[in-house]
Design a protein around this ligand. Structure first.
Ligand SMILES: [Zn+2]
Ligand SMILES: [Zn+2]
Length: 465
């Protein structure tokens, strides 16, 4: 039997990335992400695998985002005994992020079980616990970028920089079948040029097949420099009216990027020197992991570090882990910036900061990331007049500023430019990781340019000749 790929997760949708590659006896999966949607559907999809985890040899992991790594603890719990091969930074990030995800699963089930009890229904158990997540970490193997990792005598993988988040990679899987070799590049997720900290995305020299994301397959972003300018304006304007700037942010990458720009803006004297707080234990842990992985940084970041211009702004920026210190910020009346998780305002300390600041016109809520439908973040982005926080109505009087240019995903033009050198050379481009309309638009754009593009159906199998 020849090499084949079967598309399981993040097919015509964004979350739950997972695809099966097989070649004779060898079986490996690309990513093992958490599907994120309505609670019951998510539990159902995440708790069952469409194959026997015990029959897999390996999981090749592209990066630490939960929609790519977040179901690994379930995989291990269900009997997976192989290696999880990834970059060294992704291995370390998963060490912080997966236990945190386990904790969130446990907290969520506690909440659900209160309702179950009221209805006289039996209690549920979490998808996985913090302990399950910690147990899964022993299976991780970190590899440097651009070094060959042998999975077995016929299959190997090399991690190329994806320029998406710290440690992110676009793995190239090489499958040898007798005298024939098939090279499949997994460009999920693909980053952008000139993101803070990160090197630009790179490409393997020889590629036969591509699996590519399409989150923004039909859209174009503003350049990243616009994000910095808008950030500066927002801080200046809010500080002038003696207000606070509240920034809901993802703990991985976005928080560090915002800090990177804020510390640069202070050095350039383009914003006043007001206090800046990063109030999220996970973001603080993730920032510590950034500091240990200079091998992931671009030349600009290395140069900043060499001239003692700390991109983490440690002298000017306070990192908070203690709950008591977090609560103290409520009593402070002077202008300040508070960056806190979660980015979509669904959980975490950001809820306390929003509750305390949302009704004051002097303040600004600065949205720097994507907010899914039906989240508090989305309601703020849409400037609903009344929003519910901890079961109570609050009037949204603070100014709301939305900056979309921070995106860590390549847009339509960036995706096309990245694939352009492969035109006329690749045998297939499989489009995944996008809402259906975005994926369809991207497939159409690729076909127009002569690429053999294909939008797989869920569970579809394709032979790799
Ligand atoms: Zn990602
Ligand atoms: Zn993703």
């Amino acid at each position: 039997m020849g090499a084949r790929v079967q598309f399981f997760g993040a097919v015509r949708t964004v979350t739950g990335s997972m695809h099966l590659l097989s070649n004779g006896n060898a079986r490996l999966i690309l990513d093992c992400g958490l599907f994120q949607g309505h609670r019951d559907e998510s539990f159902e999809r995440n708790s069952r695998f469409p194959f026997d985890p015990a029959g897999l040899d390996c999981c090749v992991l592209s990066h630490a985002h939960i929609d790519h790594s977040g179901n690994i603890p379930t995989l291990v719990k269900r009997g997976f005994a192989g290696r999880i091969v990834t970059t060294e930074a992704t291995r370390d990030l998963c060490g912080a992020m997966l236990p945190d995800s386990g904790h969130i699963q446990e907290e969520d089930v506690k909440f659900v079980n209160k309702i179950q009890a009221k209805r006289g229904l039996p209690p549920r158990s979490p998808l996985y616990t913090r302990k399950d997540a910690e147990d899964s970490l022993a299976s991780f193997r970190g590899s440097p970028y651009r070094e060959r990792v042998e999975i077995d005598e016929n299959v190997s993988v090399v991690f190329y920089d994806a320029g998406h988040v710290l440690g992110s990679a676009n793995p190239l899987v090489e499958i040898r079948n007798g005298s024939k070799t098939v090279r499949l590049a997994y460009m999920v997720d693909l980053g952008r040029k000139r993101l803070p900290f990160l090197r630009d995305p790179e490409r393997a020299p020889e590629i036969d097949y591509v699996v590519v994301e399409s989150t923004y397959g039909g859209r174009v972003h503003a350049p990243i420099d616009e994000a910095k300018e808008k950030l500066a304006e927002t801080v200046r304007r809010t500080a002038e009216r003696r207000g606070k700037i509240i920034i809901p942010s993802f703990a991985l990458e976005r928080t560090q990027e915002v800090v990177y720009f804020l510390s640069e803006l202070i050095r350039e004297r383009r914003i006043p020197e007001i206090p800046i707080y990063v109030d999220s234990p996970l973001a603080v842990n993730v920032t510590e992991i950034f500091k240990r992985h200079e091998e992931c940084f671009d030349a600009e970041t290395i140069a900043r570090i060499r001239r003692n211009d700390d991109p983490f702004g440690t002298e000017r920026i306070s990192y908070i882990t203690d709950v008591a210190d977090s609560i103290k910020l409520n009593d402070e009346k002077r202008p300040m910036v508070i960056i806190s998780a979660s980015g979509m305002c669904e959980a975490g300390r950001i809820l306390h900061h929003l509750r305390n600041n949302i009704e004051n016109r002097r303040n600004t809520i600065l949205m720097v990331g994507y907010s899914a439908k039906n989240t508090l973040g989305r309601r703020i982005v849409e400037r609903e007049k009344i929003v519910r926080i901890f079961g109570q109505d609050h009037e949204l009087k603070a100014e709301v500023v939305v900056i979309n240019a921070f995106s860590a995903h390549a847009d339509r033009n960036e995706l096309l430019a990245h694939l352009e050198p492969l035109r006329g050379k690749v045998k297939g481009v499989f489009v995944v990781h996008g809402d259906e309309d975005q994926s369809e638009k991207f497939v159409a754009a690729l076909k127009e340019r002569g690429f053999p593009a294909h939008l797989p159906a869920p569970e579809e199998t394709v032979e790799l000749a």
